[in-house]
Design a protein around this ligand. Structure first.
Ligand code: AMP
Ligand code: FE
Ligand code: FE
Ligand code: ZN
Length: 283
């Protein structure tokens, strides 16, 4: 079916505000031909998304946004069409989600010294077993009337320089690429140019990731700077990487709208050809 291809979205399995089924309905409403579900560090939404897509004509690419740490920087890596039952993926993502849970508890403990918020308030904002993050803490702060919106929370209390920030365990980007490739998946660096002049990954390091099997760079993303996008296009050419674009839709949790950035059909075709871990679901 013709229509835009959007390869980066979140459901309530992580920090999106819509269930996987609601997200699929939104993708159909937006006229997408293909959507990838890429919840943070979890594949728990795959089944519901596929069930919801049945009979709609929408193609679903099962995916995930893997957390990695490169020195002090948190680097997000999109992973597509890997085997969700791969032992390495299962063990590592379980460890990351557990680390995120305890990290969120530590953040809330610090915030609660200054603001009226409890751990139960945060749990009330997340669905059972979901990948916890600062967005759920933000929602609790909004509900308590401490801040007006998720974004306001991120600009103040939840900002990494806001005084309450904590890191969480994640593998290195190199380990991330290897793990995804071993599971038959296709890795793409998510929004790699969001930091202005600060570059958490230098050119040579991106070349090393390419050598290990990185497939592409998410150039089309609203948080990438213009200058950063130009650099990414040069690096893509130099290292033979594909270029993707996507919305990073979080439902009402972020202003990002479905298909505000898209990926070309020929890049999607190459991605599908590269994958051996799972196949697209053609609803
Ligand atoms: P965490 O994973 O806990 O470090 O939180 C980062 C997540 O929060 C990212 O995946 C974003 O999707 C989300 N996020 C970052 N900034 C904002 C914002 N201004 N409004 C809503 N969500 C945000
Ligand atoms: Fe997110
Ligand atoms: Fe991300
Ligand atoms: Zn994302």
């Amino acid at each position: 079916m013709p229509g835009p291809i959007d390869l980066h979205t979140h459901s309530s399995v992580s920090d999106g505000t819509e269930t996987p089924a609601e997200l699929i309905a939104a993708a159909v409403d937006a006229g997408l031909s293909t959507v990838a579900l890429t919840d943070h560090d979890s594949t728990a939404g795959w089944k519901d998304a596929l069930v919801a897509a049945s009979g709609t004509g929408l193609t679903v690419i099962p995916g995930m946004e893997l957390s990695t740490n490169h020195g002090p920087a948190s680097v997000h890596m999109l992973a597509y069409l890997f085997d969700a039952l791969d032992g390495g993926i299962i063990a590592e993502t379980a460890q990351i989600r557990d680390g995120r849970l305890h990290r969120a508890e530590r953040i809330v403990e610090k915030i609660s010294a200054d603001y009226d918020i409890t751990w139960d308030d945060v749990l009330a904002e997340s669905s059972d077993g979901s990948t916890l993050g600062r967005p759920h803490i933000a929602d609790a702060l909004v509900r308590k009337g401490v801040v007006a919106t998720r974004s306001a929370a991120f600009e103040t209390i939840l900002h990494w320089r806001g005084g309450y920030y904590e890191k969480y365990y994640a593998p290195s980007p190199l380990e991330g690429v290897r793990m995804i490739v071993r599971a038959g998946g296709v890795p793409v660096l998510a929004h790699p140019a969001t930091h202005g002049r600060y570059r958490p990954m230098d050119d040579a390091f991106i070349g090393q990731l390419a050598d290990e099997g990185l497939f592409g760079l998410e150039v089309g993303h609203r948080d990438n700077t213009d200058e950063g996008k130009e650099r990414l296009l040069v690096l893509a050419k130099r290292f033979g990487l594909e270029v993707t674009g996507s919305s990073d839709y979080h439902g009402e949790g972020k202003p990002n709208r479905l298909a505000e950035n898209t990926t070309s059909p020929d890049v999607l075709e190459k991605l599908i050809t590269r994958a051996t871990g799972s196949t697209p679901f053609r609803g």
